[in-house]
Design a protein around this ligand. Structure first.
Ligand SMILES: Cc1ncc(COP(=O)(O)O)c(C=O)c1O
Length: 419
């Protein structure tokens, strides 16, 4: 039983465009929707039991397969024994020693002076971004930056910060936007290191040069690059820019790391500034200590020669899939990063394509508006190190069969999509 105000609240929420959109698709295409799934079991090579069916999961960000690594699993178990399941206090009061150790190890591996861990990248972006700028400053955001950057920007704007948006990955437009915003006391430009719906990489060097020319600091959300891009998996920034001098970098501990949390890498004095200015750090709880133990273990793996073996396996899988999909004449977005998207276009066709693959034993995420532009639906394939080559070939075979069922755009559409 719901009270009348509760009924009215539900009706009000249902008037929101996005809710109407989602409810419409769930009603019209109940089988094709494949959202909000419940997974009943997992295997070591991304086998997944869902809705009574075993499929190969191509929807995991655990790119290196470290979630299945006994050393990482043992670290979590050891952490539970040492620290309990949770220490139950904001880090504004106290942090367990494992937190300090994890931050030190992360900074050493990454190459920044300091690292501050948050419970997720979302909470890092929603805490650090509004914390970095205030009334006399300017915040400039790539139009396609991750939702959590956009949400952080909204908080900053509500606090009186001037917010401007620049065209996706366009250094020329960033120049114009920063020129138009001057004069300002300080400026932060926030972008993604890897655009997670398409695997697209921004022109980091050009964007950083524009920032330097206009007295702005670059904030790069490298969530999808952490542990899989750059030397030893340090992400996109260091390899492309040679330093973190003008960059604050956010990274993920939940994707390639297979642990839990997010972090911001920063100069020494910024660690305290971020602690004091990030409301999500002060008013929320921390990463549970067992995961901090696991983060330390993963840092050691990434910094060791073993990284090249894991990354090599991932690389071979990525190339096998990207090349195979191109040979089929599909519109393949990305290919340098383990997220590879196949353009479908229409929303209904995208959901049906995902459902077709599921029926053939492969789960990939069908992504539609608003995560991608309207009529820009994609099949988002997340390739992992522990996918067997046969699984990749199987998915390519299913994509070939899909082409016979649903007309899919050809490679020429990639250019149009990028525009
Ligand atoms: C660029 C980017 N930032 C942030 C996030 C959210 O990360 P988290 O799950 O740690 O909040 C994602 C998730 O996919 C992402 O792609």
């Amino acid at each position: 039983m719901k009270s009348i105000p509760m009924e009215q609240l539900g009706q009000a929420i249902r008037q929101h465009g996005l809710v109407r959109f989602v409810e419409h698709f769930a009603k019209e295409f109940p089988n094709a929707h494949l959202k909000d799934m419940v997974v009943d079991g997992l295997g070591p090579n991304r086998e997944m039991e869902v809705q009574g069916r075993e499929v190969i999961n191509f929807g995991s960000d655990s790119f290196l397969g470290l979630d299945q690594d006994p050393r990482v699993q043992d670290a979590v178990a050891r952490g539970v024994r040492q620290w309990g399941t949770h220490n139950g206090a904001s880090r504004a009061f106290a942090s367990v020693r494992a937190n300090e150790e994890a931050e030190e190890k992360l900074a050493q591996w990454l190459g920044t002076e300091e690292v501050l861990i948050y419970p997720s990248v979302t909470l890092a972006n929603m805490g650090a971004i509004p914390g970095l700028v205030s009334r006399r400053d300017v915040l400039v955001v790539d139009e396609h930056a991750h939702n959590s950057i956009q949400e952080g920007a909204k908080i900053a704007q509500a606090n009186g910060v001037r917010l401007a948006i620049f065209r996706h990955c366009d250094p020329g437009d960033l120049t114009s936007v920063l020129r138009a915003a001057a004069p300002y006391r300080a400026a932060v430009v926030a972008i993604d290191g890897v655009y997670s719906m398409t695997g697209a990489l921004p022109p980091l060097a050009e964007l950083n040069q524009v920032c330097l020319n206009h007295n702005a600091v670059l904030y790069v959300d490298d969530a999808h690059a952490t542990a899989v891009m750059g030397r030893q998996g340090r992400g996109t920034v260091f390899d492309q820019l040679g330093s973190f001098d003008n960059v604050l970098v956010a990274g993920s501990l939940s994707k390639g790391f297979s642990c839990f949390g997010g972090f911001v890498g920063c100069p020494r004095d910024f660690k305290l500034l971020l602690k004091v200015r990030s409301n999500t750090f002060i008013f929320g709880g921390p990463v549970p200590p067992p995961y901090l133990e696991a983060i330390c273990v993963v840092c050691d793996i990434l910094a060791s020669p073993e990284y090249e073996i894991l990354r090599g396996r991932l690389d071979r899988n990525v190339h096998r899939l990207a090349e195979g999909a191109r040979r089929l004449g599909l519109a393949v977005l990305g290919g340098e990063h383990p997220i590879i998207s196949i353009l479908v276009g229409d929303e209904e066709a995208t959901l049906s394509a995902g459902h077709f693959l599921f029926e053939h034993g492969f789960y990939v995420q069908s992504v539609t508006f608003p995560a991608v532009p309207y009529h820009g639906g994609v099949l988002r394939i997340q390739v992992n190190s522990n996918h067997a080559p046969d699984a990749i070939e199987g998915l390519l075979g299913a994509l070939a069969e899909l082409q016979a069922e649903i007309p899919l755009p050809g490679p020429e559409s990639v250019v149009l999509h990028a525009a």
